[in-house]
Structure formats: C-alpha cells, structure tokens
Design a protein around this ligand. Structure first.
Ligand code: ATP
Ligand code: FE
Length: 371
C-alpha cells in the first residue's frame, strides 16, 4: 500500500508519499511565508494563486523523491477541510485529476484529524482511545479520540487560536516574519524574563476546557504600547535596552499563553478519564507543538497525570503532506474511500469541500461539568 497525500488548506503547499507500514518515502513543502510577511496575513486569492503555481511541481517532486510514478500508487489522499475553500480547491482538483488519470481511489481528509493521527505514525504504541491537544494558527482543540473517525471535542477556542496570538505578538515586537512568527518569538523569549510582566491567565473563572487568546493579545498590545516599542524598527536594529524589553514581553506572553494550555489540559484529562478511564496518551500536535517550551511544559502536565506525551517531530507538527497520506492510509485500511473520479471530469465540477468542518461532536456533559 502506497498513498500520496496532498495538503493545500492554508498557506503551505505540501505533498508526501507514505507506505502502509508508515515508511515515509518523500515529503515536500512549499511555503508562502514570504507572501505572508509581505501582506501581513493570508489573502485567499493570493494564496490560491501561489498554490496553483507550485502544486504540479510539489506533487511531481514528491513522486520523484519516492522513486515512483503515479502508476505505483494505491490511492490519493487530500485535505478537503477545514480551511480556505479557494485553497482547498487547488489540492482537490490536482488529487482528482491524478486519481482520474490513473484510476486511483481518493480519500478526503480532515486537516485537524490528520494533525492528530500523524502521531500514530511516529508512535506505534499509540492506540485508541487517546487525548489530543491540537494547537495551530486557526485551531485550539482538546479532543478525546475514541476510535478512527470518532472524536469528542472537550474544548475549543471561543476567539483566537494560540498560533494566531504568537503570530500577532511577533509582528508587534518587530520580529522577522519571513518564516511564521511562532519560531521567531520562541527564540526571542529565551533571552527574556518570563516573570517580568504579570499578564493574567485567560478564563480563570470558567471551569471548562475552552480557550481564549483575544484578551491576552490585548494585554500584550497594551504592554508594547506602554514600553514605546516600535514594530517598524526591526528587532535586529533595536538598542540593547529595547531588545531586552521586547524579550521580556515575549517571554511573559509565552509563559501565560502556555500556562493556559496547561490548565485546560489538566481539566480535560480529568473529564476524559470519566468517559474513557483507559486513556494512556496525550498527543500534542499542530504548528505550535513544534515549540520546545510548549513541549516541555506539557510533558510536565502529562507526567503529573501519569500519562505519556506523544509529540510528533516539528516537521510533522506544522502543515505537511505526510499527515494527510497517513490519515488516508488509516481510512483506506478501514474501507473508507471514494471510487476513482472520471478521467474527463470538468474543471468546474463541484467538489466536496468542507471549509468549516468540526472534528467530532461537542462533549455535552461539559456544560454541566463546568458549573
Ligand atoms: P490550522 O492547522 O489551524 O488550519 P495552519 O494549518 O495554518 O492552521 P499550522 O501549520 O498547523 O497552521 O501551524 C502554524 C502555526 O504554528 C502558526 O501560527 C505558527 O506561528 C505556529 N508555530 C510554528 N512554529 C512555532 C513555534 N516554534 N512556536 C510557536 N508557534 C509556532
Ligand atoms: Fe495545520
């Protein structure tokens, strides 16, 4: 079994080839970070164009690096949501074209399920049921994974995701945004004093597993203004005193942003154990999970609760094709796939795209537990 995975839900164009036994034969990611830095965010039309420009090349490179041609594939897996529909469309069109031409089954993938399940590729001991904290640019989810395709949402964000808060803070601190803001902020935070500014932890009074990062963003913005930090002056040109105060804000922000994750995970583990006493693992995945401080703090939470942490290597935490191919393999093995599309399918065909697509159902008892 050999599956090609294609991912275009946001700003990265990615493809990978993975074997049924989990062997990664190739992985290719083409990032739009330079566009993001220039325009300060993802503009759907521009992102669509960028995907369209590189998609053929990215897929071809994934096949070449795997030393395969499309005829050797067993199936094509592609992200169909959630994400920007203009962007999703580029990946789905490519996947269907390839699948139609080579008579291959096609598997539509949930982007956040893929972020979670890639942990099963790297940790073979990881069996259902398990818990997952999925932290990225657009999502902040606490999930109980019962079984393949069967998820309960214990918590989600009521406003922004943590990755968005990292990106905005990085921008306001004048960090180099030519890659995403998260890694640059993590680096600067190492120089700072995390106790220097006492930001308040979000949602202390809410005894549930939801998240909020909008208030913390506002606190950070106010701190930046009060210290007269000018984002127009890049950190590389800042005076040493200015650099020091930026680093202090970065470290203080990071401490509280992650403390919020820790507190919610603690409670979610308690909730999850009531439903599934046998859980042994907490998976932490999504772009922000590549952060070393985040990993260390969550490792502490997990150990305290006698669980094991499973955190994919950074390259598999941020958007990638491997997670899509692997999730495709998991579904394919359970007989969940669509037949090959017609080879002459028209470009205007209405694809099954799911730009808004919740992962699993909400934990209904959560509301009463929270009281
Ligand atoms: P989603 O998965 O919600 O659709 P996405 O696919 O755009 O969003 P990912 O690639 O999964 O996002 O994650 C990107 C996010 O992860 C960005 O917000 C980025 O700043 C953040 N990120 C990446 N590396 C780090 C890091 N080392 N520290 C903090 N944040 C990071
Ligand atoms: Fe993602």
């Amino acid at each position: 079994l050999v599956v090609l995975g294609i991912e275009t839900s946001c700003d990265d164009t990615a493809a990978a080839v993975v074997r049924g036994n989990g062997e990664i034969l190739s992985q290719v990611v083409s990032s739009q970070a330079d566009l993001l830095a220039k325009y300060g965010g993802v503009a759907p039309k521009m992102a669509e164009e960028a995907h369209s420009q590189v998609i053929d090349q990215v897929v071809q490179e994934a096949l070449d690096k795997a030393n395969l041609t499309a005829t050797n594939l067993s199936a094509v897996a592609v992200t169909i949501g959630p994400g920007l529909s203009l962007c999703l469309r580029v990946g789905v069109r490519k996947a269907r074209k390839l699948a139609g031409s080579f008579n291959l089954p096609i598997i539509g993938i949930h982007h956040m399920e893929a972020h979670a399940l890639v942990a099963r590729l790297i940790e073979r001991e990881l069996q259902f049921p398990f818990m997952a904290l999925l932290i990225s640019g657009g999502h902040n989810l606490l999930i109980l994974a019962h079984d393949l395709g069967h998820y309960i949402q214990l918590g989600t964000t009521i406003d922004d995701a943590i990755g968005e808060a990292y990106d905005k803070t990085a921008k306001w601190l004048g960090l180099d945004m030519s890659r995403s803001g998260g890694p640059a902020l993590e680096e600067l935070a190492r120089e700072g004093d995390a106790e220097s500014i006492k930001f308040s932890t979000p949602m202390k009074q809410h005894k549930d597993c939801n998240f909020s990062y909008a208030g913390l963003k506002t606190q950070v913005r106010l701190a930046i203004e009060s210290k007269n930090i000018n984002a127009e002056i890049p950190i590389s040109s800042a005076s040493s005193q200015d650099r020091r105060s930026r680093a202090d804000i970065a470290a203080s922000f990071q401490r509280v942003a992650v403390l919020h994750l820790e507190e919610r995970c603690d409670r979610a583990i308690e909730w999850a154990r009531k439903i599934e006493p046998s859980i042994k693992h907490l998976v932490v995945s999504g772009g922000v999970a590549s952060n070393q401080y985040v990993r260390a703090r969550l490792d502490h939470v997990v150990t305290k609760n006698s669980l094991q942490l499973v955190c994919p290597p950074p390259k598999l935490c941020t958007d990638n094709g491997v997670m899509v191919a692997w999730t495709g393999i998991e579904h394919f093995c359970m007989g969940r796939f669509d037949p090959p599309p017609p080879a002459d399918e028209h470009e205007d065909y209405m694809y099954d795209l799911r730009p808004r697509w919740p992962l699993g159902e909400e934990f209904a008892e959560g509301r009463s537990e929270a009281r």
